[in-house]
Design a protein around this ligand. Structure first.
Ligand code: GLY
Ligand code: MN
Ligand code: MN
Length: 392
């Protein structure tokens, strides 16, 4: 993405709010004394700056964008890559860069009535630890601004509607994922282990300058029943299904595709489950269009999944619904694999979301999921991954 994209995103955000905005990059997390985890930028910060390094900050005030450069220790300067001010300005199209040591005085000099930042998500909503950068910034800003507001809902709404360059990046990520899936499918019978498929995807992505958008899932037989199985160490066994949920990340944007194939000959039952999931996927995708009410979409897709379970004699009581189909049908897709859709009442042109029905039967060691990436258009929808066969 070039600087114009980030400049225009900052302008769009400014138009939605009345006040100044202060945002932070993610913090670098250490895995041990002298080694850091691979850094992944906070998605909103990237959307507004294009900067992929930790600990930077951004202030948007009366149409001016000011970057705050982190203090780099002498040791870090020797060992790690760092952007200098000129590079940061080129990438982001911001107006100026100040040093972290100047931040407090700069904030004091600003006179806006309202200030905005991204409030940290409630830790109690998660089973895991969140990056603490937003929490730290929010605490600091509360001391300086009486009227501090959460800008996340505005950003979610902006990010939900993909612009042309974003859709172009997503098409590339999806096409790359499609061609890797086609290679893996054609070679599958020659593999002995799940990780051979994973390695092939990684090779195809990395040689194209892409990476995995999320930890890939290559799950054979009963492993497919564990939704986020990603150890991918097991052997492949004849007459079992192999579920592969894999997506490239290209130019900052994700693909998220799942196919389930047979290793050797599929049994009649495996075929029937696969057929039911495929039919459900096609029907659910066909519900999508701009203006479609989201609650209606969710209840209609539930009904389609209920019918699919009934056709396989898997629906005796209400509890069987969540037992055999224990996840959501869709999520937004974009910079993040689970990208915000802005909590809309209805779908709108420019939204990209997955459709991913799955049926998992632990007592039969069968798990089938099929997942496509759908762009809502003025006239209906486009299935961006439709060129990849969903057949067994
Ligand atoms: N690959 C994660 C998901 O499908 O949501
Ligand atoms: Mn998904
Ligand atoms: Mn997926």
């Amino acid at each position: 993405m070039d600087a114009d994209f980030f400049i225009s995103n900052r302008r769009s955000l400014s138009e939605r709010i009345d006040g100044l905005v202060v945002l932070t990059a993610g913090k670098q997390m250490q895995r041990c004394y002298d080694e850091a985890y691979r850094f992944e930028q906070e998605a909103n910060f990237w959307y507004l700056t294009g900067i992929n390094e930790p600990d930077w900050k951004l202030i948007i005030h009366e149409g001016e964008s000011v970057l705050v450069a982190p203090k780099i220790s002498e040791i870090s300067g020797i060992f790690n890559e760092h952007l200098d001010a000129k590079q940061a300005l080129e990438i982001s199209g911001a107006n100026s860069v100040i040093a972290e040591s100047e931040l407090l005085d700069y904030l004091k000099s600003l006179t806006a009535k309202n200030a905005y930042t991204i409030f940290p998500q409630k830790q109690s909503d998660y089973e895991f630890q969140l990056n603490s950068s937003q929490n730290d910034l929010t605490k600091m800003l509360k001391k300086h601004f009486k009227n501090l507001n959460d800008v996340r809902p505005n950003l979610n709404k902006l990010r939900a509607i993909k612009q042309k360059p974003e859709i172009m990046m997503m098409r590339r990520a999806i096409n790359l994922t499609r061609s890797a899936f086609e290679i893996v499918k054609s070679e599958l019978d020659s593999y002995n282990f799940e990780y051979e498929a994973q390695a092939r995807f990684s090779y195809e992505f990395e040689r194209a300058g892409a990476s995995h958008a999320y930890d890939p899932i290559v799950a054979s037989g009963e492993n497919a029943v564990t939704l986020h199985y990603n150890s991918n160490r097991d052997g492949l066994r004849q007459n079992e299904l192999v579920l592969m949920d894999v997506g490239a990340s290209y130019g900052g944007y994700s693909a998220d595709i799942t196919r389930t194939h047979a290793f050797g000959e599929a049994t009649e039952r495996q075929r029937a489950v696969h057929r039911a999931v495929k039919q459900a996927k096609d029907q659910i995708i066909d519900l999508l269009k701009p203006g479609k009410n989201v609650k209606e979409y969710l209840s209609e897709s539930d009904e389609i999944m209920r019918e699919a379970l009934k056709s396989l004699n898997l629906y005796e009581s209400k509890d069987d619904f969540r037992k055999y189909y224990p996840h959501a049908i869709s999520h937004g897709l974009g910079i993040e694999t689970h990208d915000p859709l802005g909590a809309p009442e209805t779908f709108a042109a420019g939204m990209v979301l997955t459709v991913e029905p799955g049926i998992y039967i632990p007592e039969e060691n069968i798990g089938v999921r099929l997942e496509d990436d759908i762009l809502i258009k003025e006239t209906g929808y486009e299935n961006l991954s439709k060129l990849l066969s969903s057949e067994l």
